[in-house]
Design a protein around this ligand. Structure first.
Ligand code: GLC
Ligand code: CA
Length: 562
């Protein structure tokens, strides 16, 4: 028997979250850019999915060099998206429908147009100088050899000051010096500002990068991107700062946090999210399961390995069980569309439903990215000039140098974040019903005539309606949320099979990650004849003995209730 732990209920564990990347969600005023008016129009749609919260990618004032992750004013809304009143209307509208609102908290860096940075540039004696990492060069060389995550050196020279500033991301995203207590006070004030307005929590952008090793030492390693990461991916004062945010602010509100954490392992994660008095964050977005088709990030593309994926999932499910809570996602604004990566474009509908089942039936809080629920796909644009994402443009240059133009472009098609940032396809009307403007701000995927929300609404078997059934099923069965996890058929490179156990209730989730027919025999504890087929993505789901033959990309969920 699988060992079971006592349930520790919490609203953030039971909710499902829909992520809105505002620029491409819905244009409400006809200028070609998504906005809060558009969100307001679609609140009923979001609610209809069966989610309990919306996470907004940054809505704040920003020069949009990194589409909102470069913030120039933390307390106001980007004018293109609307006003604070528009935001309040969305907040109220969401709350009125029983949905919470989670804001993106981006405090590892600001925009170079933020008032603090503009001040900090004025001189060594400016009170804001120490809000950032300003350093003298070493002779003609930069202060250290760190490379930005977006490619290129992590230091930018300022002639006026004859100093360099640190930017782990784009040149226009100077890193904040979190070691300065004044900066931490600012962060806490920003948190209070939004929490007092009524928001329900934060997704904390690259939060595990906020503490840099003292002296900012050069790295003995070299990578074209991210050299030096060992000095900040889990820095010396991270625990301290996260505890301070919790004790001084977060613990005074009924709110939740999910921290974004590149290069995170279960062991390190537990350090931050294990329940108890020392818990710093509620959940963590790690990246390990997004590397089943690459090394660390999608630009180092490899063949998809189901075994690699299963190992990661099983490790996170097991290591966190009873101790901490998983954040589950397979898409977001930084990841190419999942059907192109782990699924099959040929079997788009089947594989999209399978992928949904595969991750949402695990223990954790599921996050669903806009467009994922209708199976939107990547978009390959002809020329690099058509792309707008800063990391795409920079990584392309690196790839071109190393691999030549053709291969670099193939990589762009595969790995670019712009794949996930095309406008949401609402209908078969012009511009996919995203905007009434002549042109949307970014390319609409031409497949919108077939893949769109309106079409999916009409079809009871659409991916969209499957998501609704799946989320309803999760909500109605604690075993999906809280059950213990056990993996079967671990050696298979086509099947991903796991069980979930809560009291005497159990679940069996069977997924065929291949274009082939694959035969399957249920593990000993499961008698298919006495179970109920709760979810599936094919018609006519017969059994043969205590098993069945799975069709391409078939998923089935069986339930045994006490
Ligand atoms: C996070 C965001 C990403 C952004 C980066 C820098 O990874 O999700 O979109 O570019 O941080 O803020
Ligand atoms: Ca607009």
């Amino acid at each position: 028997m699988v060992q079971q732990q006592e349930i520790k209920r919490a609203w953030y564990k039971e909710m499902a979250v829909y992520q809105v990347w505002p620029r491409s969600f819905k244009d409400g005023n006809g200028d070609g850019i998504g906005d809060l008016k558009g969100v307001l129009e679609k609140l009923d749609y979001i609610k209809s999915l069966g989610v309990d919260a919306i996470w907004f990618s940054p809505l704040y004032v920003s020069p949009q060099k990194d589409y909102g992750y470069d913030i120039a004013d933390y307390r106001n809304i980007q004018p293109e998206y609307g006003t604070l009143d528009d935001f309040r209307a969305v907040l109220e509208g969401a709350h009125a429908r029983g949905m919470r609102v989670i804001m993106d908290l981006v405090v590892n860096h600001t925009s170079d147009q933020h008032q603090w940075f503009l001040e900090s540039k004025k001189g060594d004696d400016n009170p804001y100088h120490d809000y950032y990492f300003w350093r003298k060069g070493k002779g003609k060389r930069r202060p250290n050899n760190w490379m930005s995550t977006f490619a290129g050196p992590a230091w930018e020279y300022d002639e006026g000051l004859d100093e360099y500033y640190l930017h782990l991301f784009a040149v226009e995203q100077p890193d904040l010096n979190m070691d300065n207590p004044k900066v931490r006070e600012e962060v806490k004030d920003i948190m209070r500002y939004w929490l007092d307005m009524g928001v329900d929590g934060f997704r904390e952008d690259v939060i595990t990068f906020i503490s840099k090793k003292e002296g900012l030492p050069s790295s003995p390693y070299y990578f074209p991107v991210g050299t030096g990461i060992e000095n900040y991916m889990h820095g010396p004062h991270l625990d301290e700062y996260l505890m301070e945010f919790k004790n001084d602010v977060l613990s005074h509100y009924d709110c939740m946090t999910v921290g974004e954490a590149p290069m995170m392992t279960t062991k390190k994660a537990l350090h931050h999210i294990a329940e108890g008095p020392d818990q710093q964050l509620n959940m963590m977005f790690h990246f390990e399961h997004m590397s089943a088709d690459c090394m660390f990030f999608s630009w180092l593309h490899t063949k998809f390995s189901l075994k690699k994926l299963k190992k990661v999932y099983t490790r996170w499910q097991k290591d966190l069980y009873g101790k901490a809570w998983n954040a589950l996602y397979i898409e977001n604004h930084d990841q190419p569309r999942i059907v192109n990566r782990y699924g099959s474009v040929q079997y788009r509908k089947e594989s999209a439903k399978l992928l949904a089942t595969m991750y949402i039936c695990q223990s954790g809080t599921p996050f669903i990215y806009q467009g994922q629920e209708i199976g939107m796909l990547n978009l390959a644009l002809d020329s690099i000039d058509d792309y707008v994402d800063v990391s795409t443009l920079n990584n392309y240059q690196v790839a071109k140098k190393l691999l030549g133009e053709k291969k670099a472009m193939e990589l762009v098609h595969y790995a670019s974040r712009d794949n996930a940032r095309t406008p949401v396809q609402w209908s078969a009307e012009k511009n996919a019903g995203f905007t009434t403007a002549e042109n949307a701000w970014f390319h609409v995927n031409p497949n919108y005539t077939e893949i769109n929300v309106e079409e999916a609404e009409k079809d009871p078997d659409s991916i969209l309606n499957y998501y609704r059934r799946l989320l309803k099923f999760r909500k109605e069965h604690d075993v999906v949320i809280y059950g213990a996890y056990e993996e079967y058929n671990a050696d298979s490179d086509k099947l991903y099979v796991y069980g979930r156990f809560l009291g005497d209730t159990k679940l069996l989730v069977v997924n065929n990650f291949s274009d082939d027919n694959v035969s399957f025999t249920a593990p000993q504890d499961f008698d298919l004849a006495s179970g109920k087929l709760a979810l599936s993505n094919y018609e006519k789901c017969g059994t043969l003995g205590n098993g069945f033959a799975l069709r391409p990309w078939e998923t089935r969920v069986y339930l045994w209730e006490a």
